[in-house]
Design a protein around this ligand. Structure first.
Ligand code: SAH
Ligand code: SF4
Ligand code: F3S
Length: 444
Protein backbone atom coordinates (compact mmCIF):
# COMPACT_ATOMS: atom_id res chain seq x y z
CA UNK A 1 0.00 0.00 0.00
CA UNK A 2 1.33 3.36 -1.02
CA UNK A 3 -0.08 6.72 -0.10
CA UNK A 4 -0.85 8.82 -3.18
CA UNK A 5 -0.45 12.31 -1.73
CA UNK A 6 2.55 14.27 -3.04
CA UNK A 7 5.70 13.58 -1.03
CA UNK A 8 7.05 16.34 1.20
CA UNK A 9 10.20 14.79 2.59
CA UNK A 10 12.90 12.72 0.91
CA UNK A 11 15.96 10.65 1.63
CA UNK A 12 18.63 9.63 -0.89
CA UNK A 13 20.78 6.63 0.02
CA UNK A 14 23.86 6.15 -2.14
CA UNK A 15 25.93 2.99 -2.44
CA UNK A 16 29.01 2.20 -4.49
CA UNK A 17 31.58 4.60 -5.85
CA UNK A 18 32.11 8.34 -5.40
CA UNK A 19 30.34 9.02 -8.69
CA UNK A 20 27.21 7.66 -7.08
CA UNK A 21 27.80 9.96 -4.10
CA UNK A 22 27.99 12.87 -6.54
CA UNK A 23 24.82 11.71 -8.34
CA UNK A 24 23.08 11.33 -4.98
CA UNK A 25 23.92 14.94 -4.09
CA UNK A 26 22.60 16.11 -7.44
CA UNK A 27 19.35 14.17 -7.01
CA UNK A 28 18.93 15.73 -3.56
CA UNK A 29 19.36 19.17 -5.12
CA UNK A 30 16.73 18.37 -7.76
CA UNK A 31 14.24 17.23 -5.13
CA UNK A 32 14.94 20.28 -2.97
CA UNK A 33 14.24 22.48 -6.00
CA UNK A 34 10.95 20.69 -6.37
CA UNK A 35 10.05 21.86 -2.86
CA UNK A 36 10.80 18.67 -0.92
CA UNK A 37 12.82 18.81 2.28
CA UNK A 38 15.31 16.23 3.55
CA UNK A 39 13.81 13.89 6.15
CA UNK A 40 15.33 14.37 9.60
CA UNK A 41 17.78 11.72 10.84
CA UNK A 42 15.90 8.63 11.87
CA UNK A 43 12.55 10.00 10.66
CA UNK A 44 10.41 8.40 8.00
CA UNK A 45 10.68 9.94 4.54
CA UNK A 46 7.76 10.22 2.08
CA UNK A 47 10.13 9.48 -0.81
CA UNK A 48 13.21 7.25 -0.68
CA UNK A 49 15.75 7.08 -3.49
CA UNK A 50 18.00 4.01 -3.40
CA UNK A 51 21.03 4.96 -5.49
CA UNK A 52 22.47 1.54 -6.18
CA UNK A 53 25.71 -0.13 -7.23
CA UNK A 54 26.04 -3.17 -9.51
CA UNK A 55 29.78 -3.74 -9.36
CA UNK A 56 29.70 -6.93 -7.27
CA UNK A 57 26.98 -9.48 -6.61
CA UNK A 58 26.55 -8.59 -2.93
CA UNK A 59 26.07 -4.92 -3.73
CA UNK A 60 23.33 -5.71 -6.26
CA UNK A 61 21.49 -8.17 -3.96
CA UNK A 62 21.30 -5.52 -1.28
CA UNK A 63 18.72 -3.58 -3.29
CA UNK A 64 15.94 -6.09 -2.67
CA UNK A 65 16.58 -6.35 1.05
CA UNK A 66 16.69 -2.55 1.27
CA UNK A 67 13.36 -2.30 -0.54
CA UNK A 68 11.86 -4.85 1.88
CA UNK A 69 13.12 -2.88 4.86
CA UNK A 70 11.27 0.24 3.74
CA UNK A 71 7.91 -1.38 4.54
CA UNK A 72 6.40 0.33 7.57
CA UNK A 73 4.69 -1.40 10.50
CA UNK A 74 1.24 -0.48 9.15
CA UNK A 75 2.08 -2.15 5.81
CA UNK A 76 2.49 1.10 3.84
CA UNK A 77 5.69 2.12 2.09
CA UNK A 78 7.14 5.46 1.07
CA UNK A 79 7.38 6.30 -2.61
CA UNK A 80 10.43 4.32 -3.71
CA UNK A 81 12.78 5.18 -6.57
CA UNK A 82 15.62 2.84 -7.51
CA UNK A 83 18.42 4.77 -9.17
CA UNK A 84 22.04 4.03 -10.04
CA UNK A 85 23.69 1.10 -11.76
CA UNK A 86 21.35 -1.69 -10.64
CA UNK A 87 18.47 0.40 -12.00
CA UNK A 88 20.30 0.59 -15.33
CA UNK A 89 21.16 -3.11 -15.46
CA UNK A 90 18.01 -4.67 -14.01
CA UNK A 91 15.31 -2.02 -14.27
CA UNK A 92 12.59 -4.21 -15.72
CA UNK A 93 13.31 -7.02 -13.30
CA UNK A 94 13.03 -4.63 -10.36
CA UNK A 95 9.69 -3.35 -11.60
CA UNK A 96 8.43 -6.94 -11.94
CA UNK A 97 9.84 -8.23 -8.65
CA UNK A 98 9.17 -5.26 -6.39
CA UNK A 99 5.67 -3.79 -6.73
CA UNK A 100 6.43 -1.23 -4.02
CA UNK A 101 8.97 0.42 -6.34
CA UNK A 102 7.31 3.09 -8.44
CA UNK A 103 10.34 4.63 -10.20
CA UNK A 104 13.42 3.14 -11.83
CA UNK A 105 15.87 5.73 -13.07
CA UNK A 106 19.30 5.07 -14.60
CA UNK A 107 22.48 7.04 -13.86
CA UNK A 108 22.18 9.04 -17.09
CA UNK A 109 18.48 9.89 -16.73
CA UNK A 110 18.05 11.15 -13.18
CA UNK A 111 17.48 14.74 -14.25
CA UNK A 112 13.97 13.50 -15.06
CA UNK A 113 13.37 12.39 -11.47
CA UNK A 114 11.13 15.37 -10.55
CA UNK A 115 8.56 14.61 -13.23
CA UNK A 116 8.70 10.91 -12.38
CA UNK A 117 7.99 11.77 -8.74
CA UNK A 118 4.96 13.78 -9.76
CA UNK A 119 3.63 10.92 -11.83
CA UNK A 120 4.40 8.40 -9.11
CA UNK A 121 2.50 10.48 -6.56
CA UNK A 122 -0.50 10.15 -8.87
CA UNK A 123 -0.06 6.38 -8.89
CA UNK A 124 1.86 5.93 -12.16
CA UNK A 125 4.96 3.71 -12.23
CA UNK A 126 7.78 4.67 -14.60
CA UNK A 127 11.16 3.49 -15.82
CA UNK A 128 13.75 5.71 -17.45
CA UNK A 129 17.10 4.18 -18.31
CA UNK A 130 18.00 6.31 -21.31
CA UNK A 131 21.62 6.94 -22.24
CA UNK A 132 23.89 8.81 -22.78
CA UNK A 133 24.52 11.46 -20.19
CA UNK A 134 24.99 14.61 -22.24
CA UNK A 135 21.55 16.05 -21.47
CA UNK A 136 21.67 15.26 -17.79
CA UNK A 137 24.19 17.80 -16.55
CA UNK A 138 22.61 20.68 -18.44
CA UNK A 139 19.29 19.96 -16.75
CA UNK A 140 20.65 19.99 -13.20
CA UNK A 141 20.32 23.02 -10.92
CA UNK A 142 23.36 25.14 -10.00
CA UNK A 143 25.30 23.98 -6.94
CA UNK A 144 24.44 25.82 -3.74
CA UNK A 145 25.93 23.79 -0.93
CA UNK A 146 29.30 22.17 -0.51
CA UNK A 147 31.43 20.79 2.30
CA UNK A 148 35.13 21.64 2.66
CA UNK A 149 35.83 18.83 0.23
CA UNK A 150 33.50 18.42 -2.75
CA UNK A 151 33.11 16.02 -5.67
CA UNK A 152 32.85 17.10 -9.28
CA UNK A 153 32.08 14.56 -12.00
CA UNK A 154 34.06 15.54 -15.11
CA UNK A 155 33.94 12.35 -17.13
CA UNK A 156 31.50 9.49 -17.26
CA UNK A 157 31.35 6.04 -18.69
CA UNK A 158 33.96 3.60 -19.84
CA UNK A 159 35.13 2.16 -23.17
CA UNK A 160 37.71 -0.20 -21.70
CA UNK A 161 35.60 -3.34 -21.28
CA UNK A 162 37.67 -5.16 -18.71
CA UNK A 163 36.22 -8.65 -18.94
CA UNK A 164 34.95 -8.74 -15.33
CA UNK A 165 33.31 -5.31 -15.19
CA UNK A 166 29.74 -4.03 -15.56
CA UNK A 167 30.56 -0.32 -15.71
CA UNK A 168 30.66 -0.01 -19.53
CA UNK A 169 27.14 -1.48 -19.58
CA UNK A 170 25.66 0.48 -16.67
CA UNK A 171 27.29 3.86 -17.34
CA UNK A 172 27.68 3.73 -21.09
CA UNK A 173 30.43 5.05 -23.35
CA UNK A 174 33.10 7.52 -22.22
CA UNK A 175 32.01 11.14 -22.38
CA UNK A 176 33.71 14.30 -21.12
CA UNK A 177 31.77 17.23 -19.72
CA UNK A 178 32.60 20.55 -21.42
CA UNK A 179 35.31 22.68 -19.83
CA UNK A 180 33.10 25.78 -19.40
CA UNK A 181 30.51 23.80 -17.44
CA UNK A 182 33.18 22.34 -15.20
CA UNK A 183 34.78 25.70 -14.54
CA UNK A 184 31.37 27.17 -13.68
CA UNK A 185 30.51 24.29 -11.37
CA UNK A 186 33.92 24.45 -9.68
CA UNK A 187 33.45 28.19 -9.11
CA UNK A 188 30.05 27.59 -7.57
CA UNK A 189 31.47 24.91 -5.32
CA UNK A 190 34.22 27.20 -4.02
CA UNK A 191 31.68 30.01 -3.50
CA UNK A 192 29.68 27.51 -1.45
CA UNK A 193 32.70 26.78 0.74
CA UNK A 194 34.63 23.98 -0.97
CA UNK A 195 38.40 24.25 -0.53
CA UNK A 196 39.16 20.93 -2.13
CA UNK A 197 37.61 19.42 -5.24
CA UNK A 198 37.97 15.79 -6.23
CA UNK A 199 37.48 15.39 -9.97
CA UNK A 200 35.57 12.21 -10.67
CA UNK A 201 35.25 9.81 -13.56
CA UNK A 202 35.27 6.08 -14.19
CA UNK A 203 38.38 6.92 -16.23
CA UNK A 204 38.86 10.49 -15.15
CA UNK A 205 42.18 10.92 -16.92
CA UNK A 206 40.53 10.10 -20.26
CA UNK A 207 38.89 13.54 -20.05
CA UNK A 208 39.44 15.80 -23.07
CA UNK A 209 38.00 19.16 -23.98
CA UNK A 210 38.69 22.71 -25.07
CA UNK A 211 39.80 25.53 -22.81
CA UNK A 212 38.18 28.98 -22.76
CA UNK A 213 40.21 29.97 -25.84
CA UNK A 214 39.10 26.92 -27.80
CA UNK A 215 42.43 25.10 -27.53
CA UNK A 216 42.29 21.32 -27.15
CA UNK A 217 43.32 20.28 -23.67
CA UNK A 218 43.66 16.95 -21.92
CA UNK A 219 43.00 16.08 -18.30
CA UNK A 220 46.18 17.73 -17.01
CA UNK A 221 45.08 20.93 -18.78
CA UNK A 222 41.81 20.82 -16.87
CA UNK A 223 43.73 20.43 -13.61
CA UNK A 224 46.01 23.34 -14.47
CA UNK A 225 43.05 25.59 -15.35
CA UNK A 226 41.09 24.73 -12.20
CA UNK A 227 44.21 25.38 -10.11
CA UNK A 228 43.88 29.04 -11.12
CA UNK A 229 40.70 29.42 -9.02
CA UNK A 230 41.91 31.52 -6.07
CA UNK A 231 39.67 29.95 -3.41
CA UNK A 232 40.40 26.41 -4.45
CA UNK A 233 43.31 25.08 -2.44
CA UNK A 234 43.44 21.39 -3.29
CA UNK A 235 42.70 19.27 -6.33
CA UNK A 236 42.40 15.49 -6.34
CA UNK A 237 41.11 13.04 -8.93
CA UNK A 238 39.86 9.49 -9.13
CA UNK A 239 39.81 6.94 -10.76
CA UNK A 240 42.48 6.97 -13.38
CA UNK A 241 43.42 4.21 -15.78
CA UNK A 242 47.04 3.32 -16.54
CA UNK A 243 46.43 3.51 -20.30
CA UNK A 244 45.18 7.10 -20.13
CA UNK A 245 48.15 8.45 -18.16
CA UNK A 246 49.91 11.18 -20.13
CA UNK A 247 53.29 12.84 -19.84
CA UNK A 248 51.42 16.04 -19.02
CA UNK A 249 49.59 14.50 -16.07
CA UNK A 250 52.79 13.12 -14.61
CA UNK A 251 54.46 16.52 -15.06
CA UNK A 252 51.50 18.28 -13.43
CA UNK A 253 52.20 16.39 -10.23
CA UNK A 254 55.57 18.09 -10.08
CA UNK A 255 54.38 21.51 -11.21
CA UNK A 256 50.89 22.21 -9.85
CA UNK A 257 51.19 22.75 -6.12
CA UNK A 258 47.41 22.50 -5.61
CA UNK A 259 47.41 19.01 -7.11
CA UNK A 260 47.75 16.71 -4.11
CA UNK A 261 50.52 14.10 -3.94
CA UNK A 262 48.18 11.14 -4.20
CA UNK A 263 47.49 8.76 -7.05
CA UNK A 264 44.83 6.07 -7.19
CA UNK A 265 45.87 3.89 -10.10
CA UNK A 266 44.23 0.46 -10.11
CA UNK A 267 46.24 -2.48 -11.45
CA UNK A 268 43.92 -5.39 -10.44
CA UNK A 269 46.61 -8.10 -10.61
CA UNK A 270 50.38 -8.51 -10.68
CA UNK A 271 50.22 -11.40 -13.14
CA UNK A 272 50.50 -10.73 -16.86
CA UNK A 273 48.42 -13.73 -18.03
CA UNK A 274 45.63 -12.63 -15.67
CA UNK A 275 45.90 -8.99 -16.81
CA UNK A 276 45.59 -10.23 -20.38
CA UNK A 277 42.50 -12.32 -19.55
CA UNK A 278 41.08 -9.25 -17.82
CA UNK A 279 41.64 -7.22 -21.01
CA UNK A 280 43.56 -4.62 -19.01
CA UNK A 281 45.94 -3.90 -21.92
CA UNK A 282 48.84 -3.08 -19.60
CA UNK A 283 51.37 -5.37 -17.95
CA UNK A 284 52.62 -5.47 -14.39
CA UNK A 285 55.94 -4.06 -15.64
CA UNK A 286 54.42 -1.18 -17.62
CA UNK A 287 52.32 -0.30 -14.58
CA UNK A 288 55.38 -0.27 -12.31
CA UNK A 289 57.26 1.92 -14.80
CA UNK A 290 54.40 4.41 -14.74
CA UNK A 291 54.54 4.59 -10.96
CA UNK A 292 58.27 5.24 -11.14
CA UNK A 293 57.65 8.20 -13.43
CA UNK A 294 55.06 9.65 -11.04
CA UNK A 295 57.54 9.18 -8.22
CA UNK A 296 60.25 10.93 -10.19
CA UNK A 297 57.93 13.92 -10.73
CA UNK A 298 56.67 13.98 -7.14
CA UNK A 299 58.88 11.91 -4.80
CA UNK A 300 56.47 11.97 -1.84
CA UNK A 301 53.44 10.84 -3.87
CA UNK A 302 51.18 8.42 -1.98
CA UNK A 303 50.12 5.48 -4.15
CA UNK A 304 46.85 3.63 -4.08
CA UNK A 305 45.34 0.84 -6.17
CA UNK A 306 42.55 -1.68 -6.64
CA UNK A 307 42.98 -5.45 -6.74
CA UNK A 308 40.78 -8.39 -7.65
CA UNK A 309 41.65 -11.82 -6.26
CA UNK A 310 40.32 -15.07 -7.66
CA UNK A 311 39.77 -13.99 -11.25
CA UNK A 312 38.97 -17.14 -13.33
CA UNK A 313 42.15 -19.17 -13.88
CA UNK A 314 44.19 -17.37 -11.19
CA UNK A 315 46.83 -19.83 -9.97
CA UNK A 316 48.83 -19.66 -6.77
CA UNK A 317 51.73 -18.37 -8.91
CA UNK A 318 49.55 -15.60 -10.39
CA UNK A 319 48.45 -14.61 -6.92
CA UNK A 320 51.97 -14.56 -5.57
CA UNK A 321 52.90 -12.24 -8.47
CA UNK A 322 50.21 -9.89 -7.13
CA UNK A 323 51.70 -10.08 -3.63
CA UNK A 324 55.10 -9.37 -5.08
CA UNK A 325 53.82 -6.31 -6.92
CA UNK A 326 52.27 -5.04 -3.70
CA UNK A 327 55.58 -5.59 -1.88
CA UNK A 328 57.52 -3.69 -4.50
CA UNK A 329 55.12 -0.69 -4.63
CA UNK A 330 54.50 -0.14 -0.92
CA UNK A 331 50.99 1.33 -1.25
CA UNK A 332 49.81 4.05 1.10
CA UNK A 333 46.32 2.63 0.69
CA UNK A 334 44.67 0.02 -1.54
CA UNK A 335 41.34 -1.67 -2.10
CA UNK A 336 40.95 -5.37 -2.73
CA UNK A 337 37.96 -7.42 -3.73
CA UNK A 338 37.02 -11.02 -4.34
CA UNK A 339 36.17 -11.58 -7.97
CA UNK A 340 32.41 -11.52 -8.44
CA UNK A 341 30.99 -12.95 -11.68
CA UNK A 342 28.68 -10.36 -13.22
CA UNK A 343 25.90 -11.38 -15.63
CA UNK A 344 26.67 -10.44 -19.23
CA UNK A 345 30.42 -9.96 -18.75
CA UNK A 346 32.86 -12.26 -20.60
CA UNK A 347 34.65 -13.41 -17.43
CA UNK A 348 31.44 -14.77 -15.92
CA UNK A 349 31.47 -17.67 -18.36
CA UNK A 350 35.23 -18.28 -18.43
CA UNK A 351 36.55 -21.69 -17.39
CA UNK A 352 38.36 -22.32 -14.11
CA UNK A 353 36.26 -20.17 -11.81
CA UNK A 354 37.98 -20.07 -8.43
CA UNK A 355 36.47 -21.75 -5.35
CA UNK A 356 35.13 -19.33 -2.71
CA UNK A 357 37.42 -20.75 0.00
CA UNK A 358 40.50 -20.10 -2.12
CA UNK A 359 39.34 -16.53 -2.79
CA UNK A 360 38.76 -15.92 0.92
CA UNK A 361 42.22 -17.12 1.80
CA UNK A 362 43.89 -15.02 -0.94
CA UNK A 363 41.92 -11.94 0.00
CA UNK A 364 43.07 -12.30 3.61
CA UNK A 365 46.72 -12.60 2.61
CA UNK A 366 46.48 -9.64 0.25
CA UNK A 367 44.71 -7.46 2.78
CA UNK A 368 47.29 -8.31 5.43
CA UNK A 369 50.03 -7.12 3.05
CA UNK A 370 48.12 -3.95 2.15
CA UNK A 371 47.37 -3.14 5.81
CA UNK A 372 51.01 -3.68 6.72
CA UNK A 373 52.10 -1.20 4.03
CA UNK A 374 49.44 1.35 4.93
CA UNK A 375 50.50 1.29 8.58
CA UNK A 376 54.16 1.60 7.54
CA UNK A 377 53.29 4.59 5.34
CA UNK A 378 51.49 6.24 8.26
CA UNK A 379 54.39 5.58 10.64
CA UNK A 380 56.83 7.03 8.13
CA UNK A 381 54.77 10.26 8.13
CA UNK A 382 55.28 10.82 11.86
CA UNK A 383 57.49 13.85 12.40
CA UNK A 384 56.32 15.62 9.24
CA UNK A 385 54.69 19.03 9.36
CA UNK A 386 51.87 19.34 6.81
CA UNK A 387 48.64 21.11 5.88
CA UNK A 388 45.39 19.54 7.00
CA UNK A 389 42.07 20.55 5.51
CA UNK A 390 39.50 20.45 8.33
CA UNK A 391 36.45 18.50 7.16
CA UNK A 392 34.43 17.80 10.31
CA UNK A 393 34.31 17.57 14.07
CA UNK A 394 35.93 14.55 15.69
CA UNK A 395 34.43 12.11 18.18
CA UNK A 396 35.72 13.93 21.25
CA UNK A 397 34.89 17.48 22.32
CA UNK A 398 37.34 19.97 20.84
CA UNK A 399 38.62 17.41 18.34
CA UNK A 400 38.75 17.99 14.57
CA UNK A 401 39.15 15.65 11.63
CA UNK A 402 40.78 16.45 8.33
CA UNK A 403 43.00 15.08 5.61
CA UNK A 404 46.72 15.32 5.04
CA UNK A 405 47.97 15.99 1.49
CA UNK A 406 48.45 12.19 1.23
CA UNK A 407 44.74 11.58 2.01
CA UNK A 408 45.43 10.26 5.50
CA UNK A 409 42.80 11.01 8.16
CA UNK A 410 44.31 13.29 10.78
CA UNK A 411 42.69 14.18 14.10
CA UNK A 412 43.85 17.00 16.30
CA UNK A 413 42.61 19.29 19.05
CA UNK A 414 42.52 23.07 19.23
CA UNK A 415 41.21 26.16 17.62
CA UNK A 416 39.86 25.45 14.14
CA UNK A 417 36.72 25.30 12.07
CA UNK A 418 35.45 23.33 9.10
CA UNK A 419 37.07 24.54 5.87
CA UNK A 420 40.27 25.77 7.59
CA UNK A 421 43.62 24.74 6.21
CA UNK A 422 45.75 24.31 9.32
CA UNK A 423 49.38 23.37 9.82
CA UNK A 424 49.82 20.25 11.86
CA UNK A 425 52.76 18.21 13.15
CA UNK A 426 52.04 14.52 12.66
CA UNK A 427 52.75 13.04 16.07
CA UNK A 428 51.43 9.50 16.23
CA UNK A 429 50.35 6.91 13.68
CA UNK A 430 47.61 4.31 13.79
CA UNK A 431 46.77 1.82 11.02
CA UNK A 432 43.99 4.06 9.65
CA UNK A 433 44.66 7.56 10.95
CA UNK A 434 47.20 9.88 12.53
CA UNK A 435 47.19 12.18 15.52
CA UNK A 436 48.37 15.68 14.80
CA UNK A 437 49.32 18.67 16.91
CA UNK A 438 48.36 22.14 15.66
CA UNK A 439 51.63 23.80 14.74
CA UNK A 440 50.53 27.17 16.13
CA UNK A 441 49.92 25.52 19.51
CA UNK A 442 53.11 23.47 19.38
CA UNK A 443 55.04 26.71 18.95
CA UNK A 444 53.20 28.49 21.78
N1 SAH B 1 37.26 2.52 -13.55
C1 SAH B 1 37.96 2.12 -12.44
C2 SAH B 1 37.28 1.18 -11.48
C3 SAH B 1 35.82 1.11 -11.33
S1 SAH B 1 35.21 -0.21 -10.40
C4 SAH B 1 39.22 1.46 -12.92
O1 SAH B 1 39.25 0.75 -13.88
O2 SAH B 1 40.18 1.61 -12.26
C5 SAH B 1 36.17 -0.19 -8.93
C6 SAH B 1 36.89 -1.47 -8.67
O3 SAH B 1 35.99 -2.54 -8.46
C7 SAH B 1 37.76 -1.96 -9.81
O4 SAH B 1 38.98 -1.30 -9.88
C8 SAH B 1 37.91 -3.41 -9.47
O5 SAH B 1 39.01 -3.63 -8.61
C9 SAH B 1 36.63 -3.76 -8.73
N2 SAH B 1 35.75 -4.59 -9.54
C10 SAH B 1 35.16 -4.27 -10.71
N3 SAH B 1 34.43 -5.32 -11.17
C11 SAH B 1 34.58 -6.31 -10.26
C12 SAH B 1 34.09 -7.65 -10.18
N4 SAH B 1 33.32 -8.18 -11.14
N5 SAH B 1 34.43 -8.40 -9.11
C13 SAH B 1 35.22 -7.89 -8.13
N6 SAH B 1 35.72 -6.63 -8.18
C14 SAH B 1 35.41 -5.85 -9.22
FE1 SF4 C 1 35.50 -1.33 -15.31
FE2 SF4 C 1 37.82 -1.62 -16.53
FE3 SF4 C 1 36.23 0.40 -17.17
FE4 SF4 C 1 37.45 0.39 -14.82
S1 SF4 C 1 38.45 0.47 -16.84
S2 SF4 C 1 35.32 0.86 -15.21
S3 SF4 C 1 37.45 -1.78 -14.30
S4 SF4 C 1 35.82 -1.75 -17.52
FE1 F3S D 1 28.94 0.77 -8.62
FE2 F3S D 1 28.06 1.96 -10.76
FE3 F3S D 1 29.96 3.08 -9.33
S1 F3S D 1 28.35 -0.19 -10.53
S2 F3S D 1 31.05 1.33 -8.52
S3 F3S D 1 27.89 2.70 -8.67
S4 F3S D 1 29.79 3.12 -11.54
Amino acid sequence: MRSTSPPRTYRVKSFGCQMNVYDGERMSELLAEQGLTPAADGADADLVVLNTCHIREKAADKVYSDIGRLRREDGTTPLIAVAGCVAQAEGEEIMARAPSVSMVVGPQAYHRLPEMVERAAAGQRATDTDMPAAAKFAALPARRRAGASAFLTVQEGCDKFCTYCVVPYTRGAEISRPFDDLLAEAERLTEAGAREITLLGQNVNAWTGEDAKGRAIAFDGLVRELAKLPDLQRIRYTTSHPNDVTEGLIAAHGEVSKLMPYLHLPVQSGSNPILKAMNRSHTAESYLRLLERFRAARPDIALSGDFIVGFPGETEQDFSDTLQLVDSVGYAQAFSFKYSPRPGTPAATMEHQIAPGVMDERLQRLQAAINRDQYAFNRKSVGLRCDVLVERKGKHPGQWLGKSPWLQSVHFEGDAKIGDMVTVDLAEAGPNSLRGILATQAAA
